[in-house]
Design a protein around this ligand. Structure first.
Ligand code: ADP
Ligand code: F6P
Length: 464
């Protein structure tokens, strides 16, 4: 079988240290552990001089090949274009997409640098799978350099509606680059629809009944592959964690209260300000239930070099302090707010201990936390998932309590409903959700995508 080469901005160090929080790293770790292969990308380090030499390390079946970035490259490619243009625009925050003009050249330059360093590592028969918005031009650049491999691309974020996409000055370059892949994967049917709309109405291309797209003189295929979990792993982690000392300590600290958990990278797309307001509204309106619940929000800092992320962190610290100042007692506070990473096994235990989870992003490609919460539950006494309609996961987890995260009163009501929900209803909802989580797990995601890429129509062709 051909070797799989994964290209992604984020690569764990491969030295046994913890994976960085983020859906991409978690999913790819599981994919490559099963397939074996090469994982190529940024080392996560920024160096004072020019971009560093390629470093390679083998861990089990995976070879990690990483590159340090220079300050300028990191600033223009990662902080600038990827995270102050594409990330906000793809999450419908056009108001925060402030770096779309000036950093596009840096974005292309680093994509070229990655391609240049990757090419000598490729074998003839490799299949290349490029991931996420940092590397959209990579396939086109590899093709221009003569790579004849099958090259696929998966977008972990939403693809916004064409009206939003066209606000990015380089939209045509980006969409043309997407069409250079053999197969483009999206998280939801809505993302695929946005792509098709752009192809039809902006690019003047066509979408054929079999999913083939013709645009810019190219042919590619695009489809939906909703990312999933290594379910058994999370189930086992949830069960095993229940007897751990840290779980026991947390359980004791609850003093008989029910725990409601949130776990998110500290990102404005996760709707944390709105969530804290909903918690405040709940504490105000449902005063009789105040002493029945404790909220735990875990939010590891993310992209701290981007000013908008520092600002949201500052705001959340203020909000958490204000809520605890208003509703706390000398011996307990309603909201525990922690900015750090945990082992995935520990998180699974926290999920299992919780009566409910608040997963209320304002926009999210999928949201693996929602699925992890479901997988970690005790089948006999499952918790309730309160899920934003704007998370990709809501397409599959329709048995969650679905909310509009902008409607703080509705989220407060959902919290109340979750703590009052009967065991029977909780089990029924959880059973439906677990079926969906198991039905499309990480193996299915990986196998479907790779089968699509390696299938008969897999080799990329220029339209004639
Ligand atoms: P995103 O990719 O936008 O960060 P997801 O919810 O899809 O959102 O993925 C986040 C992943 O990171 C999940 O697998 C989650 O368990 C993990 N994660 C989030 N917060 C933490 C944390 N504090 N410690 C460890 N892992 C975390
Ligand atoms: O899943 C979305 C995503 O942007 C991934 O691409 C990324 O690895 C993760 O979130 C964490 O972000 P970052 O790599 O910028 O720390």
């Amino acid at each position: 079988m051909s070797r799989l080469v994964v290209v992604a901005n984020r690569v764990p160090l491969g030295d046994g240290s913890r994976s960085p929080p983020g859906g991409l790293a978690v999913a790819l770790q599981e994919t490559l552990a099963a397939e074996g292969g090469l994982w190529f990308g940024w080392s996560g380090r920024v160096v004072a001089g020019p971009a560093g030499e390629l470093q390679q390390r083998k861990a089990g079946a995976i070879t990690f090949a990483t590159l340090d970035l220079s300050r300028i490259d990191h600033g223009e490619y990662y902080t600038g274009f990827a995270n102050r243009c594409l990330w906000p625009a793809f999450h419908y925050r056009v108001d925060l997409a402030t770096d779309c003009g000036r950093n596009f050249d840096g974005y292309i330059r680093v994509n070229r640098l990655f391609a240049r360093k990757l090419l000598p590592l490729l074998d003839r028969d490799d299949d290349i799978w490029v991931h996420d918005y940092h590397l959209i031009p990579m396939g086109e650049i590899l093709r221009e350099a003569g790579a004849h491999h099958r090259i696929g691309f998966f977008l972990h974020t939403p693809l916004p509606a064409a009206e939003i996409l066209v606000t990015i000055p380089a939209h045509e370059r980006l969409m043309r680059a997407l069409c250079a892949y053999d197969l483009v994967g999206f998280q939801t049917a809505g993302d695929l629809r946005a792509f098709h709309d752009y192809v039809r109405y902006e690019a003047g291309g066509e979408v054929l009944a079999d999913g083939t797209v013709r645009a810019y003189g190219r042919i590619c295929r695009a489809d939906v592959f909703p990312i999933g979990l290594d379910v058994d792993n999370i189930v086992a982690a949830g069960e095993a964690a229940m007897d751990s000392p840290s779980l026991r300590r947390l359980r004791d600290s609850l003093q008989g209260r029910e725990m409601i958990i949130g776990v998110d990278r500290l990102d404005y797309s996760k709707g944390l300000i709105e969530r804290f307001r909903a918690i405040e509204t709940f504490l105000e309106i449902y005063a009789a239930s105040r002493n029945r619940v404790a909220f735990l929000q875990i939010a590891p800092p993310s992209r701290a070099e981007v000013p908008e992320y520092r600002e949201i962190r500052r705001q959340l610290e203020g909000e958490a302090g204000r809520i605890n100042g208003q509703f706390g007692e000398p011996d307990r506070v309603p909201l525990h707010y922690l900015n750090r990473s945990f082992r995935r096994t520990t998180l699974a235990g926290y999920f299992r201990l919780s009566r409910a989870a608040l997963v209320t992003p304002l926009r999210d490609g999928m949201n693996l936390v929602a699925k992890e919460f479901v997988a970690a539950q005790d089948a006999e006494d499952p918790g309730v998932l309160i899920l934003s309609r704007f998370a990709g996961a809501a397409r599959q987890l329709s048995a969650a309590v679905i909310v509009n995260p902008y409607d703080t009163r509705a989220v407060a009501d959902a919290i109340h409903r979750a703590i009052a929900m009967s065991g029977g209803e909780r089990k029924e909802r959880w059973g439906d959700m677990m079926k969906a989580v198991r039905g499309y797990d990480i193996a299915r995601w990986r196998n479907d995508f790779l089968a699509g890429l390696r299938g008969p129509a897999g080799a990329g062709a220029a339209a004639t």
